[in-house]
Design a protein around this ligand. Sequence first.
Ligand code: KG4
Ligand code: ZN
Length: 370
Amino acid sequence: MADEPLVLGIETSCDETGVGIVRGTTLLADAVASSVDEHARFGGVVPEVASRAHLEAMVPTIERALKEAGVGAKDLDGIAVTAGPGLAGALLVGVSAAKAYAYALGKPLYGVNHLASHICVDQLEHGPLPEPTMALLVSGGHSSLLLSEDITADVRPMGATIDDAAGEAFDKIARVLDLGFPGGPVIDRYAREGDPEAIAFPRGLTGPRDAAYDFSFSGLKTAVARWIEAKRAAGEEVPVRDVAASFQEAVVDVLTRKAVRACRDAGVDHLMIGGGVAANSRLRVLAQERCEAAGIRLRVPRPKLCTDNGAMVAALGAEMVARGRAASDWDLSADSSLPVTDPHVPGRAHAHGAQSHDHVHEVGEENLYS
Ligand code: KG4
Ligand code: ZN
């Protein structure tokens, strides 16, 4: 609908420079430039390399998104940007770009949370999120079960990993198997040809006295690494496909089991899965099976919208505009450890209880880059 907010979203929290444009819950453009190849030889994302790549990709990616959407920058109703969590230097590039565009164009600026964006993006695929929504958020840095009544204002953690994130475990096991970086997609591929029951790897925190909604992947990671080392030490060939499939099964078994239990206990009949690991093909299948059996409706965005992108930031920004949330102040800054409970980042002036103001007209240039 033409009266829905037209929002451009910028994402630079890790190694993807994402720029998305949405109108309400309709996706118009999703441009992504990735520096993943530049990090591959280091086996992980190098923050300085990522920041530099964002700087180079920013303007061309914004232009590509505007062209793809067929809209002019002047038509935008707002500019949203990931304010955190993520790599500090990488986030700063996105926040600075968003401020510059918003200020120059006279548009409101919305600092948003990367994690809430991973949830909100599903609106672009399956329409408005039910309220409340249970979300299983699984990415390279986070693994949590979150209950949200309103994705722009209220995100409550039910449980989270006590050590590694699910994506981190995929990346580490891929490294041990010499499969390269990032590990998730390649393990997913190898696992398709392996036997998920070949090796019985441990399921962390699934004992009767363990926290019902928390996760732990560090023990699993060690068990898999030890198993591989023992094979190598004995001079035997490592069955890469079976290891990948059995490891992956251990991760997705626990994720789906706990997510379904959280829905049941909270009386929520919808489960949303978001974040890079939600692109995992086995997770998607098993979640579907278990949700169906429990009478829960599953919502998972298509894989391209699960991994980092700008459309998810635009989706949450558009929801902020639609719900009349205040725009962020010009002193908005990147917060590398922004808590998941803060979907909307108003800026420091608001955070300290200062008076809210109509930011575009009242704020001077002097604090634009503070
Ligand atoms: O959400 P995301 O793109 O970035 C962060 O916010 O962290 O998630 C990246 C993580 C990486 O650890 C990557 O290995 C994992 O998501 N990932 C996958 C798959 N695709 C990406 N993990 C399992 N299976 C996949 N198909
Ligand atoms: Zn992410």
